[in-house]
Design a protein around this ligand. Structure first.
Ligand code: C5P
Length: 235
């Protein structure tokens, strides 16, 4: 899959999501369905958005014992999405189980890409040390979590765009860096802390940027999406 912009559809209902996506007449954006929307609208919204032709990153960030994650991934795999994820903090064994579950769910040999969250882009270095009691630096933690994900057979990680080059150095150029935490310098940071612009994310090596509020809360979401695509993909 080539470099792309993924819109985080963090909406409370199916109706709000359809109303938002109906703005896009010419493009069929790659979209991310996260916890809020999935828990509100269930698997049916995934099926409907597939029917409408969207590629889908189902961002449910699974983190549980390996057996539970394997069985959950088996179910999600059947939804025919393009990308799913887990928390790398769940261990290599859990990530392997997730991958097995995906393969079991699709006997035709197809499966979604599976990536691991290293550290949430909202987590600061201070919170890492003082709240999570991880004494290594943010960069060392992310590089190690990324190597763990690669060892488990995953396709890449979710990380801050600022860490994409670190991930590529640790795991090689083919290992995907999917990066939320995208903001234009002239806009609100919201609750994100390790952020950068689409153009800079491209330079650092992101394969996919995940952009939520800078597009969904924009006065003109289509124009905001096109600006991100132009800066990140270069079209
Ligand atoms: O609105 P905003 O652009 O901040 O949205 C970013 C999206 O990416 C949200 O859906 C958030 O849950 C997700 N995300 C993140 N940091 C991660 C993983 C996912 O911000 N490490």
């Amino acid at each position: 899959m080539k470099r792309d912009v993924i819109i985080a559809c963090d909406f409370p209902s199916a109706e709000a999501t359809y109303a938002f996506l109906d703005n896009f007449k010419e493009e069929k954006p790659f979209i991310k369905i996260g916890m809020e929307l999935y828990y509100a609208a269930g698997p049916e919204i995934v099926r409907e958005l597939r029917r409408r032709g969207h590629r889908i990153f189902l961002d449910l960030k699974l983190h549980d014992i390996p057996n539970t994650v394997r069985k959950a991934m088996k179910v999600l795999s059947r939804l025919d999405v393009d990308m799913v994820n887990v928390h790398a903090a769940g261990t290599i064994e859990m990530m392997r189980a997730a991958l097995e579950g995906l393969k079991e769910g699709r006997p035709d040999g197809e499966r979604p890409l599976i990536i691991a969250v290293t550290q949430l882009t909202s987590t600061s270095e201070e919170a890492l040390h003082k709240q999570l009691l991880i004494c290594e630096s943010m960069n060392d933690t992310i590089a190690t979590y990324a190597r763990n994900a690669r060892e488990a057979g995953l396709d890449g990680v979710v990380c801050s765009p600022l860490e994409a080059s670190l991930v590529k150095e640790a795991c090689g150029p083919e290992f995907l860096a999917v990066t939320p935490g995208i903001r234009y310098p002239d806009a609100a940071k919201d609750d994100q802390s390790r952020i950068t612009s689409p153009a800079r994310a491209r330079e650092i090596g992101s394969d996919f940027i995940v952009v939520g509020r800078p597009i969904t809360a924009a006065a003109d979401p289509v124009a905001a999406y096109r600006r991100c695509c132009a800066d990140f993909i270069g079209q």
